[in-house]
Design a protein around this ligand. Structure first.
Ligand code: RB5
Length: 142
């Protein structure tokens, strides 16, 4: 499953991406927030991280810079959350780092750019090259 969440700063971009996903027939679960009312990103990042670990799949988190969401999500063991600000980073975060959550900087990239980034993230799988596997394994050993 694909899990989405945002804080107030990422709310509009999450809505935009959710709309595009729906048009493309991509199944997802929207875990909030559901308004522009100011709130705090940790609760949303933690919720998506827990769902990804529990059920598998991937997550998309939207906040102002992507940074707060990534810091919190990465505290859940097994989560590899990447701040993705362009398509190349999105592609490499999956191919090389096996990222399972993308954190979008909603204040810094347009909604259209965010959608292209998300498309790339979802279209790319882990490269499975030996050196990538070795590095990802090393993350969880620490
Ligand atoms: C909220 O203003 C902002 O701090 C938050 O969305 C995020 O950018 C934090 O990293």
């Amino acid at each position: 499953m694909l899990y989405l969440a945002a804080d107030h700063a990422g709310f509009e971009q999450k809505e935009f991406v959710a709309h595009k996903l729906a048009i493309d027939g991509v199944a997802f679960e929207d875990l909030g927030t559901f308004s522009k009312e100011m709130d705090d990103y940790p609760v949303h990042a933690r919720r998506v991280a827990k769902e990804v670990i529990k059920h598998g799949g991937t997550g998309l988190l939207f906040c102002g810079t992507g940074v707060g969401m990534s810091i919190v999500a990465n505290r859940t063991k097994g989560i590899r959350a990447a701040v993705v600000w362009n398509e190349e980073v999105a592609q490499r975060s999956r191919d090389e780092d096996d990222a399972n959550i993308a954190c979008l900087p909603a204040r810094l990239v347009s909604n259209e750019t965010a959608w292209e980034i998300v498309r790339m993230f979802l279209a790319t799988t882990f490269g499975h090259e030996e050196r990538y596997k070795r590095r990802v394994k090393e993350i969880d050993r620490i």
